[in-house]
Design a protein around this ligand. Structure first.
Ligand SMILES: CC(C)(COP(=O)(O)OP(=O)(O)OC[C@H]1O[C@@H](n2cnc3c(N)ncnc32)[C@H](O)[C@@H]1OP(=O)(O)O)[C@@H](O)C(=O)NCCC(=O)NCCS
Length: 201
């Protein structure tokens, strides 16, 4: 039987970013190498921001966790630069074990592609994927100095503050308050074709 989701293993969309042709799709076991290699294109600051600490490589177990996803409770969208066949971005959603209506989001854009609206595109699409999966609230955990993620999340609504630790901050984005017109406004400059769709959640 096929997947019940639009954001499923068959997802494949080509688009332009920074003059290069990129393809986005759902992350799967075939992406181990791309994800592992992607770390080589991240600055120490980006690595710290993503992993809340340093990271020099992934173990086999970590790569399995990052790529062997059930598609419902754990789902990720990856972006590949087509000509170089290299991974340039990934955004992932992990449903909370305590509350199935909540999910944690983590996002990585490699340094050469930051500030080109790729994060905006991926978060907009992940919000749609989350609503398909009946996720009502997204949480983002980050270092207090990470201005980029705070600006990115605020592009999609008015996040509230979640639990803070000594080293990290958390933002919560309520998808029940989702403004579809705003979502479309954010996505169209990145992916003009989406303007032709009637977005529904
Ligand atoms: C944070 C991150 C996801 C942003 O992605 P991006 O593709 O650069 O974001 P966009 O280009 O879509 O920009 C979204 C907004 O954030 C702003 N922004 C992005 N990076 C910024 C930075 N480092 N400092 C300040 N503002 C930043 C942009 O200017 C834009 O705002 P605007 O539309 O008002 O101009 C990306 O920098 C990244 O992957 N960083 C490393 C990993 C990380 O921090 N992950 C988050 C924790 S899980």
């Amino acid at each position: 039987m096929g997947s019940v989701f639009f954001f499923s293993p068959g997802l494949s969309l080509e688009f332009m970013c920074g003059g290069r042709k990129l393809r986005l799709g759902s992350v799967g076991p075939e992406d181990r190498e791309r994800i592992s290699e992607g770390l080589n294109h991240m600055s120490p600051e980006s690595i710290r921001n993503r992993f809340l600490g340093s990271k020099s490589g992934f173990t086999d177990e970590e790569l399995s966790e990052l790529t062997e996803l059930d598609g419902r409770n754990h789902y990720a969208i990856g972006v590949e630069e087509i000509s170089a066949k290299r991974g340039v971005a990934v955004i992932r959603l992990a449903r909370s074990l305590e509350d199935p209506a909540e999910a944690e989001v983590a996002i990585t854009i490699v340094d050469g592609y930051q500030k080109q609206k790729l994060g905006t595109l991926l978060l907009g699409l992940l919000i749609l994927a989350a609503t398909e999966r009946k996720v009502a609230s997204l949480s983002f955990t980050f270092l207090p100095t990470n201005e980029g993620i705070q600006k990115l999340v605020a592009k999609f609504g008015h996040p509230s503050r979640g639990a803070n630790t000594q080293d990290t901050r958390q933002l919560l984005l309520d998808l029940g308050q989702l403004d579809l017109a705003l979502l479309k406004e954010r996505l169209v400059p990145c992916l003009p074709e989406i303007g032709n769709f009637h977005l529904e959640t």
